[in-house]
Structures are given as C-alpha cells and as structure tokens.
Design a protein around this ligand. Sequence first.
Ligand SMILES: *[C@@H]1O[C@H](CO)[C@@H](O)[C@H](O)[C@H]1NC(C)=O
Ligand SMILES: *[C@@H]1O[C@H](CO)[C@@H](O)[C@H](O)[C@H]1NC(C)=O
Ligand SMILES: *[C@@H]1O[C@H](CO)[C@@H](O)[C@H](O)[C@H]1NC(C)=O
Length: 384
Amino acid sequence: MAEFDLPRSWFLIVVTWLVMMTGSYWLGVYTVNYGLDDRRIRHGRSVSLVQKVQGGPIEKSAESPPQRKQMMKVVPPPDGPWRGDNEWRNQHFKTADDIRKYINTVFKLDRDIVSFSNFEHDTEKCHKHGEPYTECRGDTPVVRQKSCAIVGSSGIVRNSSCGREIDQHDFVLRFNFAPLEEFKDDVGTKVDLVVLGTYKLHIYTNSFAPDAEDKKKKEALSVKVQGKDEILTRLRQFNNTIIFYPKPLYDLELGVASGPSLRLEDLLQILDDHQLRATMTYNLVTLKDLTVEMLQKLYPDAEAPSVGVIAYLLALTFCDQLDLYGFYPLDFDPWNRTVRFHYHDDPLPGHGLFPKPHHYNTEYEFMRELDAKGVLTYHIDKCI
Ligand SMILES: *[C@@H]1O[C@H](CO)[C@@H](O)[C@H](O)[C@H]1NC(C)=O
Ligand SMILES: *[C@@H]1O[C@H](CO)[C@@H](O)[C@H](O)[C@H]1NC(C)=O
Ligand SMILES: *[C@@H]1O[C@H](CO)[C@@H](O)[C@H](O)[C@H]1NC(C)=O
C-alpha cells in the first residue's frame, strides 16, 4: 500500500501549490484594481502624462511602481549647524527678520500653494524641466495678508473664548474641516484656507463613492467612512475657501500623477454637486523634504515635521503677522490639566495606524522659540 501513498501525497502537494498560486494571483489583481492609490491604472489622466513625457509602456509601471527616488537629498548643511550647535543658529537667526528671510528663500508661494485647475499643464512643465525646485511655477490664489490666524485642532482651545479674536484676522487658516459652528466661541467661524490631510480626503471621498466600490475599499483598507449628511454639514461651513492639499500629488522624476489627484477631483465633484465652491490647491514639489532641510538649520532638534509645522512656516511667507491657536502637542497643559488631542470628536487618525510621534516635544519648543524671537505669536492661554 505504501507504494500508492507516495504519488498521492505528491498529487496533493501539487494541487495545494496550484491553489495557492492562483489565490495570490487574484489577490494581486484585486490589489492593483482596488488599491487606493492605483485608480490611475484604470483612468486616463496620469497615463497620458506618462505617454507624453516618457513615451514608455504604461501598464508595466502601473503593475510594479518603481521606487520613488529621493527628490532632494537631506544632508547636513556644510556650514553647520549640528544638533545642539546653538551658537551657529543664534548667529545666523538672531532676529525675526533673519528667520523670515531664510524661510522665504526656501518656500515659494507660486510653487507651493498652486491652483489645481492647471494640474496637468503645470506638472508636465515642471517634470520636463531639469531643475524642478527652482523653475516649477503655477498660479497661486494666495496673496499677501496683514494679519493671519492659523488654528490647529488641539483640545487646548477648548474654553479659550478665542473665537472673536481669531475671526478678527484678515486671513484664517484651519485644518481638515474641523467643525466650527458648535465651537465658535472658542475657535471662531471665519475660514479662508483649509489644509486637507490624506486621511480626511480618503474618508470624505470614500463616503460618497458608489456603494460597490466603497465596500471593496473598506474591506481592503479598513478606511473609515462617515455619514454623508454629517460631512455635508461640515463642508457647508467651508464654502468659498481655498482647500490646500500639502502632500505630493505628482512624482516629478517619474512623471506620474498619484491617486490623490483623482480624489481631489472627486472632492471637487462632491462640492459641486451640493452647490459649494472651493479653490483647490496643491504643491508642485515635496514640502516635507523642503521643511526637513529648513529645520536642519532653524531647529536641528526637530525631526519629521507635522503638517501643522509645514503650514505655519508656509504662512510666514505671506502673513505680516501670524497668530497660532490650537497648537499644543503635549498631553498636559502648563497648569498640568489633560489636553484633548482634538477640540472636537472626530475619529483620530490613529487606532494604531499613525501613533503620536515622539518628537512632538521639539515641535512645542520650536513654537516657543519662534514666539520668543517675535516671528509669530503662540497662544495657549484664554483670550479676553
Ligand atoms: C470648560 O468649562 C466647563 C465649565 O466651566 C467645564 O465644565 C469643562 O470641563 C471645561 N472643558 C474643558 C475641556 O476644559
Ligand atoms: C456657496 O457659495 C456660493 C457663492 O457665494 C453660493 O452661490 C452658494 O449658494 C453657497 N452654497 C451654499 C450651500 O450655501
Ligand atoms: C501632572 O499630572 C499627572 C497626572 O495627571 C501627574 O502624574 C504628575 O505628577 C503631575 N505633574 C505635576 C508637575 O504636578
């Protein structure tokens, strides 16, 4: 009998192997078709960009996206400073003016907050050019302002009564459509620009996606969805604002648009369907790389900058006077009371996905230093 068992186990092994290979093939097909950032494979726009710019085969790059090369090498500047070298910093960034001048050499409004309506034209031009960081340009809807308030979503603004003071600024920047009406005494209602993160963009566009696709995405990536009414109530508080997506939308070296560009179009469609207006903007380069390089000189202790830091440094390039509210990265306030992560109850971008970074302490120190030098005014106290 033993002579017959051997071929039978080989047969079982071969069948098992075949089943596994077929399974992983279909899993691969599923991922390619339904992965969040791979919708470009089935849509025309970025494909045509690749064709025009590189003339290369499209499907190949779609199936195995090449690794994105580091656009800008982050190396310590040759003339210092090194971590802890405060002498160098104090010498180069003695005054608020020194610091603002330096920030203005790094950020360029007409490259870093540009209108999404010219996306194809601007990114293609930028990609073709050999020196994207110096020559990339687009149209910016942002103009110079006398006074700006930038309102983070930290629980530190709860019970602050700063709403009126915030609304008195010429230009108000906020984040992620954080609710205004229910908290207007503390955060105000005026808004001119809202910085939009990837997490919120995904929740909002998934929530309005057609059912079938929505379900698949939820299952594949367990991205949360929210009720449409809830989202619309929120979006109505942000009618006629500039929406700014600060993450890369386009790979300059590969000449490929990424999934979020289609999601921005989806969001514009959602707004349009509900009689809401917005000027969608994005950046032509990688703001995070620029900010990391900038911080190596300004504040070498700071590591990966949060979107909040990127936003207020950018705001310094067009705001004569800048007030920060609702920025508080620590768990306890100066009176040792617990500070909520958000002033509102939105789902945290977390639950294991994005743990609170450990370098938040340095962000706090950095804001205090900018305040002490008069670059901006950092508010954590009550107003009145
Ligand atoms: C705000 O003030 C109210 C009333 O004084 C108090 O009950 C509440 O706990 C405070 N909330 C926060 C987050 O400090
Ligand atoms: C948004 O603003 C536009 C232009 O001011 C206006 O026509 C539209 O009715 C507003 N939408 C809503 C829902 O209030
Ligand atoms: C602040 O509060 C925490 C717990 O709420 C406590 O462990 C800590 O000792 C307090 N710190 C000070 C300086 O009072």
